[in-house]
Ligand binder design. Structure first.
Ligand code: DOR
Length: 427
């Protein structure tokens, strides 16, 4: 099967763009050249849109099995395709939890059948994400798993994390951590700061995150484990990770689009579409995250796409579940707001969503080169429109960005040479 993409623009190092054609054959990028005259089974006129490597998101929630009313493998991966993501890593806070070989086998089967983009599943660190007993990590590592995590909850004891890291080193997989020390959460639902006080909401202290990261980087140093920190949200966490990297500890970290774009001041009323864990923190925290990303302390961006039903979010900040969706808004929002606000290059943004996560985890994706898997995203940088949650492919409509105006929407997504999302490109 030969697919010819004609009239695309390629991004160069200095943000200049160069017109070219791309030939894909049997799932592989065969040729990138100013003009390709080969005959193909399918030719797409790409109308001068920007061609990028397919985006990579190592932190999403598909909810299946067990939470199909929030999202399914089909809807979640369609949302990924619509957002330009070609590889996503699915968190294990499902029911049942993929904490044993049988459940993992069933999950892989379902993914093979239903997923429209590449999904690399996580396996749990502890049985049932309960923090008490390690999963059979050696057996689970035999499957095509991405890494081990108990995402959604922190590993509460140093002993458990120490043992998990030693085992992860033995089976050559990373440990990916949601960092939260429950003993100092105090029932918090919003950042412990000005806004939680004003809205009389229980505050979630910054320390609950940074304390656990500080513990874990020392454990990573002791074990040599690749330790990855999920959704960093505080300035203290950034400092701890920066120091750990300076000390040569094998730590990597991610930040979400919402923590880069928003802070607690955006919570003006009791709107649970601004409730996520970790919460939106102070302006200084937000600034520290941006600086951390720019100086390489934070390696890349991941969405933490966390769909919930509208009825669950309607009950208000105190009782609604944590989490917002992100797959379909990440690129346009970051392109429209983030790089302009901070005078960054488009190339930097693209790297944080492609090659940086791929390199952090040694994945052979996130590159657009001859001989590589044909994972491709085409972006329309011109057309401006409002984000409309009703048009999401995701079942989750829980976004604080509804009605925000943005440009930079994906118009074509290709995974392994197969078109998985396509919009009208002539608009
Ligand atoms: O906001 C969040 N939602 N944070 C998490 O850690 C879990 C996630 C979810 O699963 O809904």
């Amino acid at each position: 099967m030969k697919l010819l993409l004609q009239n695309v623009k390629q991004l160069l190092a200095n943000d200049e763009m160069e017109r070219c054609d791309v030939l894909v054959e049997d799932g592989i990028v065969q040729q990138i050249a100013p003009q390709i005259d080969s005959t193909a089974d399918e030719t797409i006129d790409c109308n001068g849109h920007l061609i990028l490597p397919g985006l990579v998101d190592v932190h999403i929630h598909l909810r299946e099995p067990g939470g199909e009313y929030k999202e399914t493998i089909v809807t979640g991966t369609k949302a990924a395709a619509k957002g330009g993501f070609t590889t996503v890593c699915a968190m294990p806070n499902t029911n049942p939890v993929p904490d044993n070989v049988k459940t993992m086998e069933q999950l892989q089967e379902k993914l093979n059948k239903d997923a429209v983009v590449r999904v690399l599943p996580y396996a749990a660190i502890t049985k049932g994400l309960q923090g008490n007993d390690l999963t059979p990590m050696e057996d689970l590592a035999e499957f095509n798993i991405f890494a081990f995590t108990d995402d959604g909850v922190g590993i509460q004891t140093a002993d458990m994390m120490y043992r998990a890291m030693k085992e992860a080193v033995r089976v050559e997989k990373p440990i990916v951590a949601h960092c939260e020390d429950n003993s100092i959460v105090y029932g918090g639902v919003a950042h412990d700061g000005e806004i939680s006080k004003r809205l009389k909401l229980p505050g979630l202290p910054s320390l609950s995150e940074s304390v656990q990261i500080a513990r874990d980087v020392l454990l990573a140093e002791a074990t040599g484990c690749h330790y990855h920190v999920c959704h960093v949200s505080t300035k203290e966490s950034v400092r701890v990770i920066r120091d750990a990297k300076k000390a040569g500890i094998p730590v990597t970290a991610e930040v979400t689009p919402h923590h880069l774009l928003l802070n607690e001041e955006y919570i003006q009323e009791d709107d649970a579409n601004l409730k996520m864990n970790p919460p939106l923190r102070s302006k200084e925290d937000q600034q520290a995250l941006v600086e951390g990303l720019m100086d390489g302390t934070i390696d890349f961006i991941a969405t933490d796409h966390a769909p919930h039903a509208e009825s669950e979010k309607e009950v208000g900040f105190r009782d609604a579940p944590f989490g917002i969706v992100g797959l379909e808004t990440a690129f346009p929002l970051l392109y429209t707001y983030f790089i302009q606000q901070h005078n960054l290059s488009l190339k930097q943004l693209v790297d944080w969503l492609t090659i940086k996560p791929a390199e952090a985890f040694d994945l052979p994706y996130g590159r657009l080169q001859e001989g590589c898997a044909a994972d491709i995203t085409l972006i329309d940088l011109q057309t401006e429109k409002e984000i409309n949650k009703e048009t999401f492919a995701s079942k989750g409509k829980n976004t604080p960005f509804h009605n925000w105006t943005a440009k930079g929407y994906p118009v074509l997504t290709i995974v392994n040479g197969k078109v998985v999302f396509k919009e009208d490109m002539n608009g």
